[in-house]
Design a protein around this ligand. Structure first.
Ligand SMILES: [Ca+2]
Length: 576
């Protein structure tokens, strides 16, 4: 039990990816960033603990599901609306919310929490909806009239007082937002992974979409009751599974939110699952070391960096990188196997990860992009190729995180009743695709029809790192293209996608990753100012070393030809 608690605590700490607030984009303090500190600490702890493979795998699952923050509210000073102006006082006592009655509410309690540091005093409402949906609504003593909600990672079930979630709550409270969150209907400490369906199948529906809607609906009612005034604007901001939740809100419950930020959304949970099984099948044919992946990363950059017109260590659009691990990486002599070459089996496995799954001779789902194998901070600590621990096992007896997620989905969510002993090696990519159809209807956020969300004035910003190795970034591109076809040429008037060169899952990687999509969406919703670009920063040792504009897809950031290539001012967004 102690070890489990320890791992959970470590994971929660690792997930606390918070960035210092920059006064300007190019000035920051000189201390080690918390990200770097956590990464270093985690690496040392992992070495000390020498966790058995299964526990390391469990740790990776949890790490993979923690949604990271971008850099919310960092651009507040550039905002067209002073959203931190908070002058609305409560209409009634906090305790009174503990008596609030609604059909969905099973339990409810409310208590004032004192101000601490920059975090104002707030009324903390906690309770249970439906079967077991834990929710928390935090209402500041001085309110800015707005509602802000975050989502969940992977199989969800997070403790609502986990450090990374409390940090996000405190950020929102400091700006005067009413803040809400849910665990989506189960507690991962009691029911890890996707096992929650074993105690009640209704929990699958709560996880898929219902808990977020119910929490948003009840929380907005409670907010109105507390202040005697309805929410003026409601915002959603989350990554990964939380991106999926945000897209589903736009598709199925368009009245819930005025502005939605879906970062690295798990658009197609079932397509991902098939892709992860495909990769696992390929990479379990032969071990592929980190050293070999570093070699592949070097060859990718050597071949493709300059294609976008600028040798800057970033690949603007990896679709233009026609990289072949057989032709572009030295092949080992027959019978030989060293760090400086790939065997034919290794090259074939790597090719399969890039190409993605094939069903009946046709590409079924996108793979991962050239450039995603670059050396960066890893999930699980340390540095290495971005494929390690997520696509490739970090140690021989560990399951990579992507496969762990996929296996849980197959065993507990796809199969009804669950088949906890389902072996993915039984999966036939030609004949078994439709096994996932029922779960797809519940959980996938693929419906391109956003007409109701658009009609009510909703605005949607989606972001994706081109170097994401947890979720396939092309899933985001495909969804955007499908939505544009469905909603017409005016789609960009309410929905924009920002692809981020070199960024890993939600944050990190080798490119400028820190940015503030929240302020961009607030400007769009409240002042009709659509984001023409969003400035992103790359920070090393707490110093901003590069800034770049992120451009609305399909535009890319093009160097103007003069000045530093590390200064966003010397780039403009242009058609590709
Ligand atoms: Ca380049």
């Amino acid at each position: 039990m102690y070890v489990t608690q320890l791992i959970f605590k470590r994971v929660c700490n690792f997930g606390k990816v918070r960035y210092p607030s920059p006064g300007s984009h190019l000035v920051m303090g000189a201390t080690l960033s918390r990200w770097e500190r956590d990464t270093t600490k985690e690496s040392a702890m992992a070495q000390q603990l020498k966790l058995p493979g299964i526990l390391a795998a469990a740790m990776l699952i949890l790490i993979a599901v923690i949604p990271a923050q971008a850099q919310v509210f960092a651009d507040k000073k550039l905002s067209k609306v002073d959203y931190s102006q908070s002058d609305i006082a409560p209409h009634k006592a906090c305790d009174a919310l503990g008596q609030y009655k609604a059909k969905a509410i099973k339990q409810i309690a409310a208590a004032m929490k004192a101000a601490t540091g920059a975090v104002p005093a707030f009324c903390d409402v906690t309770g249970v909806l439906g079967v077991e949906i834990a929710f928390e609504l935090s209402l500041p003593s001085k309110w800015n009239g707005r509602f802000y909600m975050i989502g969940n990672g992977g199989p969800a079930g997070e403790a609502l007082d986990a450090a990374d979630r409390v940090a996000q709550r405190n950020d929102a409270l400091q700006q005067g937002f009413a803040f809400a969150q849910t665990n989506t209907g189960h507690d991962a400490r009691k029911e890890p992974g996707d096992t929650f369906v074993l105690s009640n199948p209704e929990k699958a529906i709560d996880y898929a979409y219902r808990a977020v809607h119910e929490t948003a609906r009840i929380s907005k009612e409670l907010t109105k009751d507390y202040y005697g005034k309805a929410v003026s604007y409601a915002y959603w901001n989350s990554c990964s599974n939380g991106g999926r939740q945000g897209l589903l809100e736009a598709q199925r419950y368009p009245e819930d939110f005025d502005g939605i930020i879906a970062n690295a959304p798990w658009v197609d949970q079932t397509g991902f699952t098939i892709g992860a099984m495909w990769n696992q099948k390929a990479v379990s044919e032969t071990p592929i070391s980190n050293a070999k992946m570093v070699l592949v990363a070097d060859k990718v950059m050597a071949k493709c960096d300059a294609i976008d017109g600028l040798k800057d260590g970033l690949i603007d659009d990896p679709r233009k990188c026609n990289f072949d691990p057989v032709k572009d990486v030295p092949q080992c002599a027959p019978g030989a196997d060293g760090a400086d070459c790939l065997t034919s089996t290794q090259a074939a496995a790597i090719s399969k990860v890039y190409s993605g799954p094939v069903s009946n001779g046709k590409p079924f789902y996108p793979g991962y992009m050239p450039g995603s194998e670059q050396v960066t901070s890893l999930f699980g600590g340390g540095t290495g190729s971005g494929w390690m621990n997520v696509i490739l096992p970090g140690q021989s007896n560990a399951k990579p995180a992507d496969f762990n997620l996929a296996e849980g989905i197959m065993q507990y969510l796809v199969h009804t009743p669950p088949k906890p002993d389902y072996d993915y090696r039984k999966f036939n990519f030609d004949t078994d695709i439709h096994l996932l159809d029922n779960w797809s209807k519940l959980a996938d956020a693929k419906d391109p029809d956003l007409s109701k969300f658009r009609k009510r004035g909703g605005k949607l910003v989606m972001t994706y790192g081109w170097a994401d190795t947890i979720l396939q970034p092309m899933a985001g591109v495909h969804y955007y293209e499908e939505a544009t076809k469905k909603n017409g040429p005016g789609t960009k008037d309410f929905f924009r996608l920002f692809m981020i060169p070199g960024m890993s899952h939600c944050s990190g990687g080798i490119g400028p990753d820190r940015h503030d999509p929240v302020t961009a969406v607030i400007n769009w919703v409240e002042k009709d100012a659509a984001p023409a670009s969003i400035i992103a920063s790359r920070v090393i040792n707490n110093q901003v070393v590069r800034t770049r504009p992120l451009c609305p897809y399909p535009e890319v950031a093009r160097y103007k030809g003069q000045g530093s290539i590390d200064d966003a001012a010397n780039f403009r967004c242009v058609a590709p």
